[in-house]
Design a protein around this ligand. Structure first.
Ligand SMILES: *Cc1c(COP(=O)(O)O)cnc(C)c1O
Length: 380
């Protein structure tokens, strides 16, 4: 029976040996590996600083804290994302103000954002930041976003958790906002098992996030001295060693993923009734997942039965994403309902994330594409 997972990490002897080497030392946490990982990561992205944390979610939370976003403050973001990009705002009792997405890029719609900012500013002074998500590894419109932020005195926190190595024009995502966050869960482009990384050029933000991830200890504090309300968001040296090895191979990893995306594109472009990821100038996608969409003549029920068919054929697949505003606790807490963000909903109802990882073979892709074709033929 064929079994093709939705995602799979790419771990070689380099990673295995790096982890084993740490286990031979007494420094399993706060040893030399965390600094090395941070320095190499900052250099790779092109920022002055990087702060390693134990997940992308903790990284986003620290960014929200570092920008002093609190009770009742408003942060503009997208409902078409993984839930953590909005939850991090709720952690500080601030309010996510959702803006619908662009149907082509699936990222936050700049024109809608501009008008939502206008509306918000007309009735309160609590607007603080924009939290754009580079969804599926596709860069947002950073020139326009930076201009909107500047004109309206807002900070930008980039959620780059799905986008390591993606470029907008010539620069890496993560270099445009006040700060940005990357994530290293095993389904991401590179992994540390669990983990995340904040990047920034701001020295104060860097120092504050370093303290907060480590129980509020500042540089020079002893172990039982806590300057701020902090957390344990540290990433162990075992994880960091894994991260350093993955980062050393990142070019190769991203190239492999590009090859898989190219194969999918060439084989899927002959199939009717599906929409492939958009092609855009001035943007280099870092392939996180390969998400196709059904055309509008299909319903969500059709999509769900296609997912079921694929799974029965041993093909890992999923409906990336259920809109955040329709998650049960968002509906309950904020009264969101179906129809609030029509583009997000239309897209969400028709997405199919196909298996996507470095070593996916052409044979496997052929099997997936044929299965998809077969089930689509029975649907129309
Ligand atoms: C993966 C991801 C995160 C963070 O995930 P963790 O599992 O906490 O590392 C945040 N935002 C987006 C959009 C993501 O895809």
């Amino acid at each position: 029976m064929i079994k093709i997972p939705l995602s799979s990490p790419d771990i070689t002897d380099l990673e295995k040996n790096a982890v084993l080497d740490v286990l031979d030392t007494p420094n399993l946490s706060l040893g030399p590996k965390i600094n090395e990982f941070e320095e190499k990561f900052a250099t790779y992205i092109g920022t002055r600083y990087a702060i390693a944390v134990n997940s992308g979610t903790s990284g986003l939370h620290l960014c929200v804290r570092a920008l002093n976003i609190k009770d009742g403050d408003e942060v503009f973001t997208t409902p078409f994302s993984f839930v953590a990009s909005a939850n991090c705002i709720l952690f500080e009792r601030a309010k996510p103000v959702f803006v619908d997405i662009d149907e082509n890029t699936l990222n936050i719609d700049i024109n809608k954002l501009a008008s939502v900012i206008e509306q918000s500013k007309s009735h309160n002074q609590r607007t603080k930041a924009i939290l754009p998500v580079h969804v599926f590894g596709r860069p947002c419109e950073m020139t326009e976003l930076n201009k909107l932020a500047q004109d309206n005195n807002l900070e930008i926190i980039e959620d780059a958790c799905e986008a390591i190595g993606a470029k907008y024009k010539t620069k890496n995502v993560g270099t445009f906002g006040k700060c940005a966050v990357f994530a290293f869960y095993p389904n991401k482009q590179m992994t540390t098992g669990e983990g995340g990384m904040i990047v920034t050029d701001d020295e104060n933000l860097y120092k504050f996030c370093r303290a907060l991830r480590n129980q509020g200890r500042t540089e020079g504090n002893n172990w039982l001295q806590h300057e701020y309300l902090g957390y344990n968001y540290r990433l162990s040296d075992i994880n960091c060693a894994l991260g350093i090895a993955q980062l050393q191979r990142i070019k190769d990893i991203l190239n492999k993923r590009q090859q898989v995306a190219n194969l999918y594109k060439s084989k899927l472009s002959k199939i009717e009734n599906i929409i492939l990821p958009a092609e855009e100038d001035n943007k280099l996608i870092s392939w996180f997942v390969y998400v196709i969409r059904l055309t509008e003549n299909f319903s969500m029920e059709d999509r769900d039965s296609i997912l079921e068919y694929l799974r029965a054929a041993g093909i890992g697949c999923n409906n990336y994403f259920t809109p955040i505003h329709l998650q049960p606790f968002y509906q309950k807490q904020f009264g969101f309902k179906k129809g609030d963000f029509p583009i997000t909903e239309k897209v969400s109802e028709r997405t199919i994330a196909l298996p996507f990882y470095n070593d996916l073979t052409e044979e496997e892709i052929d099997y997936i594409v044929n299965a998809l074709k077969k089930t689509l033929d029975t649907q129309v």
